[in-house]
Design a protein around this ligand. Sequence first.
Ligand SMILES: [Zn+2]
Length: 361
Amino acid sequence: MTGPALHLSGVVLPEGVHRDVWVRDGRITFEPVPGAETVSRGGFLLPGLVDAHCHVGIGRGGVHVADLEGLRAQALVERDAGVLALRDCGSPVDTRVLDEHEDLPRIIRAGRHLAAPRRYVPDLAIELEPAELADQVRVQARRGDGWVKLVGDWIDRGVGDLAPEWPADAVAAAIAAAHEEGARVTAHTFGTDALPGLIRAGIDCIEHGTGLTEDLVGEMAARGTAVVPTLVNVQNFPEFAAAGEQRFPAYASTMRRLYASSGAVVRAAYEAGVPVFAGTDAGGGVDHGLIADEVRALHAAGLPAEAAVAAASWRAREWLGLPCIEEGAPADLVVYATDPRADLDSLQRPQRLVLRGRVVG
Ligand SMILES: [Zn+2]
């Protein structure tokens, strides 16, 4: 790999130390590189942001976006918001072609959503009977980039409320199958009832997690199970409630209750020691490019500002196996004018973006 020789200087996070950083052949070095072009001076250098719950290939209202320009447009909006890596939490579209585009964020895929028949957004998931789940998990584990995505609960129209999608034994077999394949597992859950089975079966992460209780966050903390609260999507819960009100009043009232407690749930998880990461759930109901809003929402819920920033940068990168600003690491970094730990609004305005050792913004 080649690339221009670059030089940046500023306060490097999370250490908080002023450093000179060079880029040579796409990689970071702290050894001066003769002839390097200075592309940034001053400000705060962060390891490239991460949107830990994002969907590339899903457009507004759940439509499939399969054309290259449409996929690129979604990824570019994320990049320009400072997101240089995203965890794609399930896409109906094969986005592999984007891996050849060096100007786009790195994508860590979870394959397709796996749901029970008629128990998710129409046409988004592979719909399966419980007995088929573990085998399909193996297929998705091999297609993805180390993650598999289950739909853990959804409205059960027979019950008229949120309900688990899978019996506990099917979930346990599925999670064991993924782990055998070397993949981690995450699950969409809004309510509470699906959570004990998922957490006790050793799931690696919970998406949304609005139904978490004090007991469950204690168990997650002990196991190291992460949560990605997607608070910018939880803000849509009152709308989901209103849309379901007439036919499913119990569901509507559940969604309103979960919305009302969502901030307290995130705070309780954080305080218990559960790893909390920033994900927007962009694609479908949420626009791309809102990572700064999610960080602000995590802070408003009770994470200290530094922890909220870490949840979208160095902590998330570490969790996903991506290096930070260190000798020899691929040069993926974002520069802000002021310290985002003291001024979260700074995240709204990246001053400089370096991705794979090239200036892209
Ligand atoms: Zn999602």
